[in-house]
Design a protein around this ligand. Structure first.
Ligand SMILES: Nc1ncnc2c1ncn2[C@@H]1O[C@H](COP(=O)(O)OP(=O)(O)O)[C@@H](O)[C@H]1O
Ligand SMILES: [Mg+2]
Length: 192
């Protein structure tokens, strides 16, 4: 039985990749429950299935068998349209390789999910400005991702999710390289 505060619930979750007749059982009968407000770290050696699991929680990939509920939605049964909106509005997934849009500026990358959700233009502008200021990247707003360091790209990749994810549910598939001060500023004003 799910409790009201459960945000992620998997039951006997399995993921098997099939490649060239080889079966790679990555996740086998995984039961995981994450509750509202929890900070959870998934660690393990390279190749142990961390990204595979995060991709399923983030609605990017589907299980081979078993179930996965996120915010009470049975993700295995949902179509691409549902999952695209779900990813934009409810789950902020910061990818291992950041996945910024290379042809958009820093400010445009941060604005992108809000534009996709058709937020008012002046609100988008204000929030982009505020977020970039908070993490010390305002001077870089017209730059393109290739002009940023890895750590700066990581910050932009996180910022773009903060205004749109309603419940601040973040999946970060990476080792954080945040320095203390911008992280504290963000926590104070953007993360409950
Ligand atoms: N699309 C795929 N096809 C076949 N094997 C895959 C695929 N994606 C991942 N794998 C394999 O699944 C295992 C787990 O990968 P992954 O979840 O990326 O691990 P981690 O993030 O813990 O390093 C690895 O052995 C990887 O090679
Ligand atoms: Mg990985």
């Amino acid at each position: 039985m799910k409790s009201a505060q459960t945000v992620v619930l998997t039951s006997r979750l399995c993921k098997t990749y099939e490649a060239f007749e080889a079966k790679i059982e990555v996740l086998k009968d995984l039961d995981l429950e994450v509750k509202d407000g929890e900070f959870t770290v998934i660690s393990g050696p390279s190749g142990s299935g961390k990204t595979t699991l995060l991709n399923m929680i983030g609605g990017i990939d589907k299980p081979t068998s078993g179930s996965i509920f996120v915010f009470d939605e049975d993700l295995a049964t949902k179509d691409e349209d549902f999952l695209a909106r779900f990813r934009c509005a409810k789950v902020g997934y910061v990818f291992q390789s950041y996945n910024l849009v290379s042809t958009l500026t820093v400010a445009e990358n941060v604005a992108f999910p809000m534009e996709w959700l058709r937020k008012p233009e002046d609100q988008i502008k204000d929030q982009v400005h505020e977020l970039l200021e908070l993490v010390g990247l305002r001077q870089r707003s017209e730059h393109f991702p290739f002009q940023l360091s890895g750590g700066e790209q990581q910050r932009v990749a996180l910022l773009e999710h903060l205004p749109t994810i309603r419940r601040y549910f973040l999946l970060m598939n990476q080792q954080a390289t945040w320095t203390k001060r911008p992280a504290q500023r963000l926590r104070r004003s953007w993360i409950p």
